[in-house]
Design a protein around this ligand. Structure first.
Ligand code: SF4
Ligand code: SF4
Ligand code: SF4
Length: 357
């Protein structure tokens, strides 16, 4: 498809939306409800652009305003993302969102990674034009891991899609209509009393500071943390994670949106169960129990003792008196080696893996 965007000519593969085409060419269009994983909801209307040559709305000649997230590029289309009319339409939506709650960025955990903040900055906002009243605090702190600040919610709809159609947990709903509408959990229960399984998929897609990870609050701004890709250590699925690290310490974990097999999703353990890394109770050396008490040992001493005990059992009762269960936190290679040890060296097929049960 040969198109022009803001007067520049581009060739765009068929099947792309205007938003995808613009993003691929490094042209920013404000969005709030659009998320690559969720697709075009076309709810917020922040991504309006002027389009000439579109087959819709008989708009072959005069430019019309269209939502770029769900309008597909057609050959010969002229797209203007930064005309006075397009910018006025974008500003109107961002103004409404900014005016709809307490957007006090200075104390918001999301500041620096907030898509509403990005849009307002791009559109050079100096103030908001609509209601400027005070909003009484409306925070749901009932969940163990997620903080809900209703005053920062812009009702974009991403969390509904994430919970109901991506994580398929069916917890988040719209409660009420019109000005008082807000997100709710089950039949408008506090999040911590609902059927929420605290997978955190909703926090991962929320564009603003309405849903945030409690464990990370105050531990590091987005520009202070380094992101390190790793594989979740908990089970054999091998979900890809991003560790957010500040001063050598993990302050947050998110799923890798472009990583397989999980594509951003994590379970409650993978996303929030990282305290064990810094636990003082964590074993760092082998322990041998003697006369009812543990003492520290070297690896050589501990493994020699295990080998000696195995031999004694095999001589006395035969190899099938021994069984092994490999741990799901181990790598596939380690699990392979363990079954090899049991089958080839100890001569028993009594070997299993905890993730299979
Ligand atoms: S949600 Fe975004 S715009 Fe609102 S206070 Fe937080 S950083 Fe600012
Ligand atoms: S944490 Fe998971 S289950 Fe709970 S509301 Fe969010 S997406 Fe739904
Ligand atoms: S909580 Fe976040 S994702 Fe959900 S509707 Fe509000 S702003 Fe959108």
């Amino acid at each position: 498809m040969k198109v022009t965007i803001n007067g520049k000519r581009f060739e765009i593969p068929a099947g792309r939306t205007i938003l995808q085409a613009a993003q691929a060419k490094g042209i920013y269009i404000p969005t709030l409800c659009y998320h690559e994983k969720i697709g075009a909801l076309a709810k917020c209307r922040a991504c309006m652009v002027e389009v000439k040559g579109s087959p819709v709305l008989n708009a072959k000649e005069s430019p019309v305003l269209l939502t770029s997230c769900n309008t597909f590029v057609t050959d010969g289309m002229e797209i203007i993302t930064d005309s006075d009319r397009a910018v006025a339409a974008q500003r109107f939506v961002i103004d409404l969102a900014l005016s709809s709650g307490n957007h006090d960025c200075m104390i918001c955990e999301k500041s620096g990674a907030c898509e509403l903040q990005d849009a307002a900055y791009f559109l050079k906002f100096e103030d908001k034009d609509f209601r400027k009243g005070d909003y009484p605090a409306n925070i749901d702190d009932s969940s163990a891991f997620i903080r809900v600040d209703h005053n920062r919610c812009i009702m974009c709809g991403r969390c509904f899609e994430a919970c109901n159609h991506i994580a398929v947990n069916g917890v988040i709903k719209t409660i009420d209509r019109g000005y008082t509408s807000h997100i709710g959990f089950d039949d408008n229960l506090p999040m911590g009393e609902s059927s929420c399984v605290q997978c955190g998929e909703c926090t991962q897609v929320c564009p603003v500071g309405a849903l945030t990870d409690k464990k990370s609050i105050g531990l590091g701004r987005t520009w202070e943390v380094k992101q390190v890709r790793t594989t979740c250590p908990y089970c054999g699925v091998g979900c890809q994670q991003e560790l957010h690290v500040k001063d050598g310490r993990i302050v947050k974990v998110t799923g890798m949106e472009k990583g397989s097999p999980n594509k951003g999703r994590l379970c409650v353990k993978g996303r929030y169960g990282y305290d064990f890394i810094y636990s003082e109770d964590r074993l760092t050396v082998p322990l041998i129990k003697e006369k009812g008490a543990f003492r520290e040992a070297s690896w050589d001493e501990a493994l020699d003792l295990v080998a000696k005990k195995f031999k004694e059992i095999i001589v006395k009762h035969g190899p099938d008196a021994i069984a092994g269960v490999s741990c799901a936190r181990s790598t596939n290679e380690d699990s392979y080696q363990m079954q090899k040890l049991f089958r080839s060296v100890l001569k028993t097929n009594n070997i299993d893996h905890c993730a299979r049960t």
